[in-house]
Design a protein around this ligand. Structure first.
Ligand code: PMP
Length: 371
């Protein structure tokens, strides 16, 4: 008997995990494949988590989150969006928020528009729920493809997913682009999910948010990247009054799935939100510049404005990104082929989340392979 549900046949092993498996076999590789910061959780935040555990905050919290953290988030949301009484819940990472939102919103047959390249999780989660991802090509500059998106809207379109700064391209959408999409969403009454997990990693000015332009936006934010706490599984989902029914359903689904986000880390997140992380961000801005300057003459690449990724065109003499990535791995450099994040296989992703020394070694290997 086949114990597997049909929906499992709609997904494949993550291409990133396949590269991780290869990484385990290499000796001291240059690893440009990891989508998490190379700094550790700031000491004050670690202390807050340890204190919370020692003081017995080890049980379930309320499903929506602890009161202290909810208040802290409300303050930030009031400052960022001017929303006095938002609907809100604390989630187990942005991944948790995405799953709850999709479970609450996607019906079989619904179409979900996603700019391509995209963060891997969207496609697979939407598919498992019976929805269809409709991809809006954003090559070659990875700007928000406003006209393409408009042309893709049909009667079946339910939702649009935006992610800025973007994984895997590092693109940061402009206020103007976001406003144009807000107009389209308003006209067609679409739900917009705005994944802003990289909001702090914005190198050339502020990061515009869809939340400021369209009240049908579910904003997802996280702690994983900003505070290097990817293993702590912390995030939140927030929206205006208009999204209250959706967020109430997400809270209900959380009761039957995650129950709550980890309680001691909710306590630590309150501490984290008071921290100044500008030094970390400056370090990553320098790394962005270092890598871009290092490869720009050897590759076709767009200078990214945020996150910690670059999405680079594979040199023409390779058959595609998969062949190029194979060559890179033979040379002890781990990168991810573009088809993990895209319907195309013309580019590869690097994450510059490593030491400057490793960055220089990686740049050398890439430039050698491009020649
Ligand atoms: N969204 C994007 C765009 C991401 O890159 C990631 C992590 N790679 C996530 C969501 C999930 O992050 P987490 O669940 O750790 O908050």
């Amino acid at each position: 008997m086949d114990y597997l549900a049909d929906r499992t046949k709609l997904i494949d092993a993550s291409g990133i995990r396949k590269v991780f498996a290869l990484a385990a076999e290499l000796k001291d590789p240059v690893n440009f494949s990891i989508g998490q910061p190379d700094f550790d959780v700031p000491p004050a935040v670690k202390k807050a988590a340890i204190k919370a555990i020692e003081n017995g905050h080890n049980h379930y919290s309320q499903t929506v989150g602890t009161q202290n953290l909810l208040q802290k988030i409300r303050d930030k949301v009031a400052a960022d969006y001017g929303w006095a009484d938002p609907s809100l819940l604390v989630t187990s990472g942005v991944s948790g928020g995405l799953l709850l939102a999709f479970m609450a919103a996607v019906n079989p047959g619904d179409e979900v528009i996603v700019p391509d390249p995209y963060f891997v999780m969207y496609k697979h989660l939407v598919r498992m729920l019976g929805g269809t991802c409709v991809f809006a090509d954003s090559y070659p500059d990875f700007k928000l493809p406003v006209e393409t998106i408009e042309a893709l809207v049909t009667k079946k379109t339910k939702m649009l997913i935006l992610n800025s700064p973007t994984n895997p391209t590092g693109a940061v959408y402009t206020e103007q682009e976001i406003k144009a999409i807000a107009d389209i969403a308003r006209r067609h009454d679409l739900l917009v999910i705005s994944d802003e997990i990289y909001e702090d990693f914005c190198y050339d000015g502020c990061c515009a948010s869809m939340g400021n332009h369209y009240d049908g936006t579910l904003v997802l934010k996280g702690y994983s990247k900003s505070y290097a706490m990817t293993g702590w599984r912390m995030g939140y989902a927030v929206g205006t009054e208009k999204l209250k029914p959706l967020i109430d359903k997400m809270i209900q689904i959380q009761q039957y799935t995650f129950v709550c986000a980890p309680t001691p880390f909710q306590m630590a997140a309150v501490e984290a939100m008071d921290l100044d992380i500008s030094d970390y961000i400056s370090t990553y801005r320098r790394k962005r510049n270092r890598v871009y300057e290092g490869i720009k003459n050897a590759f076709e690449a767009v200078k990214p404005g945020g996150a910690f990724y670059m999405f680079i065109k594979t040199p023409d003499r390779y058959s595609g990104a998969t062949e190029f990535v194979k060559k890179a791995i033979e040379n002890n450099l781990l990168i991810i082929p573009g088809n993990v994040f895209s319907e195309k296989d013309t580019h590869f992703r690097i994450a510059y989340t490593t030491t400057d020394d490793k960055l220089d070694r990686g740049i050398d290997i890439l430039c050698r392979l491009a020649k």
